[in-house]
Design a protein around this ligand. Sequence first.
Ligand SMILES: Cc1cc2nc3c(=O)[nH]c(=O)nc-3n(C[C@H](O)[C@H](O)[C@H](O)COP(=O)(O)O)c2cc1C
Length: 300
Amino acid sequence: MVESAAEKVRSIETPEGTFTIRLILDDLGSIYPGMIRYTVEVLCGTETVYTYAINSYEVPPASLFDARQAAEIVFSRLAHDVAARPRIYPRPRVFTRQLPGSGTADVVILQGSPRRSGNSARIASWCDDEVARADLSSRVFFLQEMEIRPCIGCYTCYDYGYCPVDDDMPRIIRALESASVLVVCTPVYTGTVPATLKAVIDRCQWLHAREKVLGSEVHARGLLVAVAGRRGTEPFVCVTRVVDAFMGNLGIRPAGPVLIGDLDRARDVSGIEGVEGDVRAALRPLLPEKKNNISRVPHR
Ligand SMILES: Cc1cc2nc3c(=O)[nH]c(=O)nc-3n(C[C@H](O)[C@H](O)[C@H](O)COP(=O)(O)O)c2cc1C
């Protein structure tokens, strides 16, 4: 729950009409300890024509000004500017980039291996097929083939509900926002997930921000299918933790993972007896029922 309070209000009469400048404080402490967002709004009459926002996590420790001081400076600067050149303000400016409007699916499959024809890709194809058999739609993202940049830790997603890094990530966010199931297919790389998948996981902080700030909720189930060269459970310790944290952050409920080791010797996952059936059996109960062409999340 976000607690809002107007900290400061100033009214400015101009030949273009009456403007109001507001400094609003939102307590985002329910998201992260001590997180506060300051929003400065310019209204022309009752219409918001300009918005500036900054939060306390976005400002690094060695900054000259903290978030509140920065917001106060913007407030004063805007008050001066609105009075000096009111004619530029009545036209509202759009600050929230729209996510791409299409490309939703019942099931989103993140294929985290750089190898297009590797084991994770094969597992992704089994999952894709299992979804099609249930007469549902799926989207497989081959992450290595997308332009995904790492999170820059700017925290602006908690201000506006969008990420300023301009790449292919909105397609994934859009798909995840409406999916009923998320499947993560990944190899173990040096004890954890490959770098591109980790970048996607970190960038999904944006989806966490959208959920917490804009109230858009993800009601999905999750499944991890991981492959490793070595035998036993040890190679998967970190991967399962990372993917659990990822899903937990987004409110996605994970089912028990499917962990397939010893691939340095076996090489090809499709040559291991029973594995395809195990993957399909793990996914099947998570799939929503299809009714009258409208799929829905199973009752929980
Ligand atoms: C850079 C790199 C790091 C790896 N690190 C591990 C590891 O820490 N533990 C392990 O068991 N296997 C490791 N492997 C082996 C892969 O997990 C294994 O070959 C897997 O089957 C590859 O999956 P893919 O075919 O989907 O790419 C590593 C492979 C690579 C290329």
